[in-house]
Structures are given as structure tokens and as C-alpha cells.
Design a protein around this ligand. Sequence first.
Ligand code: ADP
Length: 263
Amino acid sequence: MRLILLGPPGCGKGTQSQRLTEKYGIPQLSTGDMLRAAVKAGTSVGVKAGDLMARGELVSDDVVVAIVADRIEQPDAKKGFILDGFPRTVPQAEALDRMLKEKGLRLHAAIELKVDEGILHQRIAKRVADMLASGKTIRADDNPEALEKRVHAYRLQTAPLVSYYKNHGLLRSTDGMASIDEVSAAIDRILGKAGQAEAPARRAARTRKAIGKAAKAPKAKARKGRAAARKRPAKAVARRAPAGRRKAAKTRRKPINKAGRRG
Ligand code: ADP
């Protein structure tokens, strides 16, 4: 299964991705985590991305696309993945489409977590408080100014992906304001339906195949029968009418007369 989670910062993409990873055994590919690791390791990507990220701005498409292209080649991503934080712009979505097409793969759904912007600040503030309480270092961009920019970048550059995936028939939206468990349950329902939507298509293909096979045999028989009949005299043909037709003739009902009776 290949999924995208869409939504503004703090909408719960990370939390839901982790749950989906446990449930389906497919990795969460978070571009934010990958970029933070690059910044920490001081790689060339990290050096390019660090300042932009701390300010709450987006890293350039080509950098992020290259990271994702590498990551989905890894063995653990072969049977599927959950993209968290990617794509974030229309060009990134188009690049993803190209990558998957080259591999003969397809996306199953883009799940949008819809939230009121007002709650995002509260959620990020809670995340900061939780991190500090557990002695962890807080993210460089988890401050009010950077958050404002991240939300702005979402509105301007990422929100258009909602229409993009809607047009591709892949968008599934759910209420991200509900509790974590409720959102998980809603995603399960969405994915259940996505699975079922495939099943009837496969069933229909199987049925068509079966009908094709069944139809071949009687046709061949009928052809042989007609060829033989052409060689026989007319009377014999009448006597040898196919069993189905003989039965139909016997049971054919007489027309209804003016009195409303048959006969
Ligand atoms: P958020 O909680 O804001 O969704 P993420 O952890 O996904 O945060 O990303 C943090 C930062 O990393 C972003 O603000 C941006 O600078 C950078 N980033 C992550 N993913 C992308 C991407 N797909 N394109 C561009 N920049 C990205």
C-alpha cells in the first residue's frame, strides 16, 4: 500500500503515520525527519536545508525529490510506504507520479486530515511542552514565528494538492479535529473501502474470464451442430431440434384471447 498523508503542520500526520506503520508493516517516510537527520549529520543537503527549515520555509523541490527517490528504492519500501510531509508542492506531486510510473507502481490514496488553523498553535505548543517535559530538544521551527510561516507555506504551496489528488480520484478527507483514536478509525474505514474498491474490479475481471471460457464451448458445439444439420435433410433437422428449443416449444403458453383466457 502506498499512501500520502496531507495536512498542515500539527494536523496529526506524524502520529497517524506511526500507527499505520505498526498496523500495515510499511515504513513512514517523513521528509521532515529525513531533512532533520541530514541537518544533524551536517551533510551537504543538511547544510542547504537547515536555515530554510528553521525559518519555516520549504526546502527546494529538487533536493526533496532526490531524497524521496533514494528512499523509496530501499528494500523496506518495496511493499509500500506512507509519505508524511511529501509531496508538499504540485511539482513534487508530479515528480512522485513520474517516479511511481517508471516503476509501474501506483498510489492508493492521499488522505487529508482537515483541521481548523486555530488549533494548530495549541497543538504545537503542547508538543513543545511535552518535549521539554521529557528532556528532549525541541525542533528549531517549533516557535510561533516559524509556525506562522509553515502554516502560510501550507496554505500557499501545499493546499493546492487537495484539488490535485481530487482530480486524480485519490483524495480521501477526514476530520483531523477528532481524537487520535477516532482519526485512526476513520483512516481504517477509508483504507478498508480502498481495498474493497479493488476487490470488485478483480472479481469482475475473473467473472468476465469465466464467462468467456464458458461461452467458447457451447459456441463450438453449436457450430458443429449447424454444420452437421446443413448436411441432413430438412425433416431430420426439424426432428433433431436442440433440446432447449424442444422444451421451449412444449411449454410455450398460448396467447390470451378476448375473453381474457388462454386457448
Ligand atoms: P510539519 O510539522 O511542519 O509538517 P515536517 O517535519 O514535515 O513539519 O517538515 C519540517 C520542515 O522540513 C518544513 O517546514 C520544511 O522546511 C522542510 N520540509 C519537509 N518536507 C518538505 C518537502 N516535501 N518540501 C520542502 N520542504 C520540506
